[in-house]
Design a protein. Structure first.
Length: 242
């Protein structure tokens, strides 16, 4: 296989998770390393490019400190991808390897190159359209956001675009990487996914602490729509472009 960097984002003190990661990766012949996650619970939000009141107006709720830490952790991984100038598999530390992972990576790194960023995991189902068929697995485009950022493959040029469009943090990381209108990248996906998640509910996540959030309805949803419209019309760099 051509050079491939594999990074596993993990908090420094998460020894149990790291042991499980090592056990999972031992199922493969792949070389990999840990990337220390940003501990959101210890963040000084005043040092982060994050406007809480504006986020609440345009999103309907504020991001939690750990969600911001998660975002910053992935930004570290994107920079590492750029620095190495290699395709990079970015993993969070709660994954399960499926038998076809190495075959998928070999296809995308050594063969089929018409991709920018590829999702290798998801938290929910989505309608899809097929892009390429490789027999036991397919490359598809999701019609909906299937959520999650536990595993994705990215090229250095794509990592650069994500970083350039992360000057302001205003939405959860997994939404941002699917936000084509913001960064211009098309995220594809491999089905069946070659990575699954230990805890799909994310209740035990160490770098995100997103509480259950109800969808906005009625006046609150209308108000958010108005705020987004005003932002699109009058901001030189709208947060939610169409």
């Amino acid at each position: 296989m051509n050079p491939l960097q594999i990074l596993v984002i993990s908090l420094k003190h998460s020894k149990d998770r790291q042991a499980k990661v090592a056990a999972e990766m031992a199922k493969t012949t792949l070389e990999w390393r840990f990337l220390e996650a940003v501990d959101g619970s210890k963040l000084d939000l005043a040092t982060v490019s994050y406007d809480g009141p504006k986020v609440k107006r345009l999103l309907g709720f504020e991001l939690t400190p750990k969600e911001i830490g998660c975002y910053l952790s992935h930004m570290k991984a994107w920079q590492a991808c750029i620095d190495s100038n290699q395709p990079t598999l970015i993993l969070e530390d709660d994954f399960i390897v499926q038998p076809h992972l190495e075959a998928v990576l070999k296809t995308l790194v050594d063969g089929y190159q018409n991709w920018q960023i590829v999702r290798l995991q998801a938290l929910c189902d989505s309608r899809t359209s097929q892009v390429a068929d490789f027999g036991q697995y397919q490359l598809v485009k999701n019609a909906d956001d299937p959520l999650g950022a536990t595993a994705y493959l990215i090229k250095p040029s794509s990592a650069k675009l994500l970083l350039e469009n992360s000057i302001d943090i205003y939405e959860p990381l997994d939404h941002f990487i699917e936000h084509h209108e913001k960064h211009g990248l098309t995220m594809l996906a491999v089905k069946p996914y070659p990575i699954t998640v230990v805890d799909p509910t994310r209740e035990t996540s160490t770098i995100t602490d997103r509480p259950d959030r109800q969808s906005l309805h009625g006046y609150r949803k209308l108000l958010r729509s108005v705020e987004r419209l005003m932002d699109r019309c009058f901001s030189s760099k709208p947060w939610f472009p169409r």
